[in-house]
Design a protein around this ligand. Structure first.
Ligand code: FE2
Length: 448
């Protein structure tokens, strides 16, 4: 998921708009650079958020007249830096500690300053690479952040919180409420934009946003309080001292995320090495992985499961490495013994990757990617719900890509023909929910 609508984690809607440029077999995703090229509904929504955000900022303009303007500007710059120091997540977006800075600003200076600091922080992030995010996305994020911080700061004050006086004992309720309001508005506004852009159901997007956002805000809220307290007690030096362990933690997290990226790249390299010999299967695993990920997300599976399914999809035929090329590439029909040998590839593949700790769960899916719901599949002849859902997703993605690709013995089928075939097979062999999810994905991409 490329980049740019934002939360402080950046894990919100960073997705590119699925504009299908030309679809023969695979959709090409491009990012829309200009607001005027967006669909009307999305344009309307973004404009409304921008206007509300602007009104809040306009109403808060007095903040530039406050006596401690220097302190305010210090936090404003800190917010820009915090939003710019992002750690990329493997599936797009990234994590920043921007919320801690904004929340500290709300506690120290109130709603108006918080709104300005939040909005400017996200608007001016990555100044060195300003064009990397389209301007309308920056403005949308700024509008949304002004709303979030303005509302959160108002709730804090309404419930008795005094900006500038952080008393944990007395202010627990206003502090908790303002964090919740901030998170709730963020999740909700993002859900709407993601739902309009992707066409997916808002409820499932809201739930998945809630899942990543809750731990994020709960973790960074206390950091914001600490930042505020350090500032009140020790001034600028207090903030700088606190930033040292945060930067160290960021570094470790960054290394961890890079390691996960390396995992994926290693698996991709392995998959393409297996396929390099055969021009007909070249790119097959990568495409199966793309379809499998889309189907899984369409079915609302959590990201950690999607990741396992992606790994399994890339490696689903790795067991073919243990089967002789003479059988694999045989042009005519196979003898019973040869077919039995081919049928051993899921078990061999699962055995190969089982020893790798982060692929343990994927190995189960690899093992069962040729099972059929009526029990006629292999290796174990599993039936119905005995087959892991991830394996059924692999199976549908695998068959769909095989049908829509050229083979030595036939030309590629059209998408329509392939979908009709899957519908037929869904009656006895494939999971109909998975087939329907694939059809919905293809419909959204405008190819059926
Ligand atoms: Fe296979």
């Amino acid at each position: 998921m490329g980049n740019s609508y934002s939360t402080h984690t950046g894990s919100g809607w960073w997705g590119k708009l699925p504009l299908v440029m030309c679809f023969r077999r695979r959709p090409q995703i491009v990012e829309v650079k200009l607001l005027k090229n967006l669909p009307f509904k999305l344009k309307f929504y973004i404009t409304i958020i921008d206007i509300i955000g602007l009104l809040i900022l306009f109403k808060s303009i007095d903040v530039f007249k406050i006596p401690n303007l220097g302190d305010f500007l210090f936090f404003l710059i800190l917010a820009v830096l915090a939003e710019s120091f992002k750690v990329d997540l493997p599936y797009g977006g990234g994590v920043t500690v921007g919320f801690a800075v904004v929340f500290a600003s709300i506690l120290l200076f109130g709603a108006s300053a918080g709104a300005w600091i939040a909005a400017v922080g996200i608007l001016l992030k990555d100044l060195h690479n300003f064009s990397s995010t389209p301007l309308y996305k920056r403005l949308f994020n700024a509008g949304m952040f002004a709303i979030m911080a303005g509302a959160s700061g108002s709730v804090y004050k309404l419930l008795g919180g005094m900006p500038g006086h952080i008393e944990l004992g007395q202010n627990l309720l206003p502090i908790a409420a303002s964090i919740l309001v901030y998170a709730f508005i963020n999740i909700t506004l993002l859900t709407v934009v993601m739902s309009i852009a992707s066409g997916n159901r808002p409820v499932s997007i809201w739930v998945s946003n809630l899942k990543w956002a809750t731990p994020h805000y709960l973790a960074l809220g206390p950091l914001g309080i600490l930042l505020g307290l350090s500032y009140t007690n020790f001034g600028y030096q207090g903030v700088v001292l606190l930033l040292i362990p945060i930067l160290a933690a960021r570094h470790s997290f960054k290394l961890y995320m890079e390691m996960r990226k390396v995992y994926l790249e290693t698996i991709q390299a392995l998959a393409s090495a297996i396929e390099a010999k055969d021009p007909y299967t070249k790119g097959h695993s990568e495409r199966v992985a793309q379809y499998a990920v889309k189907i899984s997300r369409e079915m609302g599976l959590p990201e950690d499961r999607v990741e396992i399914i992606q790994y399994a999809a890339l490696l689903h035929d790795i067991g073919k490495i243990g089967i002789s090329d003479r059988i694999l590439n045989k042009p005519g029909s196979l003898s019973d013994i040869e077919f039995e040998t081919i049928k051993s590839h899921p078990a061999i593949g699962s055995q190969i990757i089982r020893g790798v700790r982060f692929l343990e769960k994927a190995s189960e899916l690899v093992k069962h990617h040729h099972e059929k719901r009526n029990g006629t599949g292999y290796p174990d002849g599993l039936k119905q719900d005995q087959i892991p859902l991830g394996a059924e997703i692999l199976s549908v993605a695998d068959i769909f890509d095989a049908l829509t690709s050229d083979r030595p013995y036939r030309k590629a089928w059209s998408i329509k023909e392939a979908v009709n075939q899957l519908k037929k097979e869904a009656k006895a062999q494939l999971n109909p929910n998975v087939v329907n999810a694939l059809i919905r994905v293809l419909e959204k991409e405008g190819v059926v």
